[in-house]
Design a protein around this ligand. Structure first.
Ligand SMILES: C[S@@+](CC[C@H](N)C(=O)[O-])C[C@H]1O[C@@H](n2cnc3c(N)ncnc32)[C@H](O)[C@@H]1O
Length: 427
């Protein structure tokens, strides 16, 4: 590496990396803030594009701060801890406005107030990898690599989950005959859970060992711990559930998709409800998971059609609807929304307000089918966790829809991930 790779940061990209222009090349530099002068190391290089990371900050931004985590920089889970939190929100808002102007014809007068909460101890779920080579390592992957960074704590995780890490490490060390591929930690409203996913799915773990693990975790964290093995309940101490709104209870399994910041999820659901209220007589919740939006939408007392691809989750969503006395209002269905078939598209014609909450891949096929077919719902509330796939889908939607409201919801503080809420109306 040349010691003279020095750059002045003049801009930022949608992953919140600093941008510099050097000798006709664009250099994307992680850990670099606008107006800083940094020394950088090249990570990858293509024709006129260089990816790099700042290794020395020669002139600091006034918004740069000390890292809040001892593993920051090595662990790949966070990207923005070096930036003061209020500036993270400001930066994400700017990134979002740019994306909208570029792809969705949006303007700032349509802006929803940014939703944010606590920047630490917010994550209510995490998946830790285990590495048995040499000494045991437990943690997240390093940046752009599959090497594991061995951690004892994580300030982003909810406190109970962070405190559990050391106890789990001891459990793994004391039971080295049990080989674990990965560990999922999750936090419900009233209890926590751990899922041990075994390398060999046919192996078993003695119940007394699991009981003792549950007890040790409870002693340290003052909350009940349920233990799952291969996503099957082994020890149930207290019901595991989350609540998208105050009066609802949705049971879940560690492997189910559940929003990973429950404090902000409640605010996001509240925003979605206020955008959806009185806009239709029937709602479709597409990519519905366990009913995080469909159950709250059912409070309008209008028909809700919920679609999810994973069968077990559809079953659990049906159980949740029943338990919350909403099964007469919600129809839960299993369809692949990446390949919407005629039957599904025919049914969707009955719903004039669609809530789309796709995974990172977005919802290209459904959006395309909307433009190609005769039927279009009056409103689409598109909740996106990936600005790139949203940009692609919004560009298509623009043919027939206008973006009327949009804003960010900072579900993933200290990372570059961006969750957004976007309401489209038929032109
Ligand atoms: C971002 S999550 C949102 C879930 C739910 N709306 C929530 O807030 O908890 C996306 C959901 O889409 C589901 N999914 C992924 N691919 C799908 C597909 N091809 N068709 C239907 N659902 C899919 C996932 O299982 C997951 O539950």
């Amino acid at each position: 590496m040349s010691k003279n790779n020095i750059a002045k940061i003049t801009d930022f990209d949608y992953l919140a990396r600093g941008i510099a222009h050097i000798d006709g090349k664009t250099v994307f530099i992680s850990n670099a803030l606008i107006n800083e002068i940094v020394r950088y190391e090249i990570v990858a290089q293509k024709k006129n594009i260089i990816e790099a990371k700042a290794v020395e900050i020669i002139e600091k931004s006034p918004f740069r701060r000390e890292n809040v985590c001892p593993y920051y920089g090595k662990c790949g889970a966070c990207h923005l801890q070096h930036l003061e939190y209020s500036e993270q929100i400001a930066l994400k808002e700017k990134i979002w406005q740019r994306q909208l102007e570029k792809y969705a014809g949006g303007s700032s007068k349509n802006k929803l107030t940014a939703i944010f909460g606590t920047e630490q101890n917010y994550r209510s779920r995490a998946r830790l990898a285990v590495d048995y080579r040499k000494e045991i390592k437990l943690g997240f992957c390093e940046n752009a690599s599959n090497k594991i960074v061995d951690i004892d704590e994580c300030p982003i995780l909810q406190k109970n989950l962070s405190l559990a890490i050391k106890i789990i490490r001891k459990f793994i060390q004391n039971n080295s005959e049990i080989k674990i591929a990965e560990i999922t930690l999750c936090q419900g409203e009233k209890s926590s859970a751990i899922d041990l996913s075994l390398l060999n799915k046919n192996n078993t773990i003695e119940l007394k060992k699991l009981l003792s693990l549950s007890e040790k975790l409870a002693e340290t964290t003052n909350i009940a711990w349920n233990i799952f093995v291969n996503n099957q309940i082994a020890i149930e101490k207290e019901e595991l559930y989350f609540s998208p709104t105050k009066n609802l209870k949705i049971n879940f399994y560690p492997d189910d998709f559940v929003q990973s910041n429950q404090e902000l999820n409640k605010k996001m659901v509240e925003e979605a409800l206020s955008l959806a209220e009185n806009k239709s007589n029937s709602y479709a919740d597409l990519f519905s998971g366990l009913g995080n939006f469909s159950l709250p939408l059912a409070s309008f007392n209008k028909q809700v059609f919920a679609v999810e691809a994973i069968k077990d989750m559809v079953t659990r969503a049906q159980i949740a609807a029943k338990k919350n006395n909403l099964h007469g209002i919600i129809k839960n269905n299993c369809f692949d929304l990446f390949k919407p078939n005629k039957k599904l598209l025919a049914e969707l014609k009955n719903y004039d307000f669609w809530l789309l909450d796709p995974p990172r891949a977005g919802s290209l096929e459904l959006v395309r089918s909307l433009i190609d077919n005769k039927y279009q719902p009056q409103f689409i509330l598109y909740i996106s966790c990936n600005p790139a796939s949203f940009a692609r889908d919004a560009k298509i939607l623009r043919e027939k829809y206008q973006l009327i409201q949009s804003g960010i919801c900072d579900m993933f503080a200290n990372t570059h991930h961006l969750e957004t809420i976007n309401l489209f109306e038929l032109k």
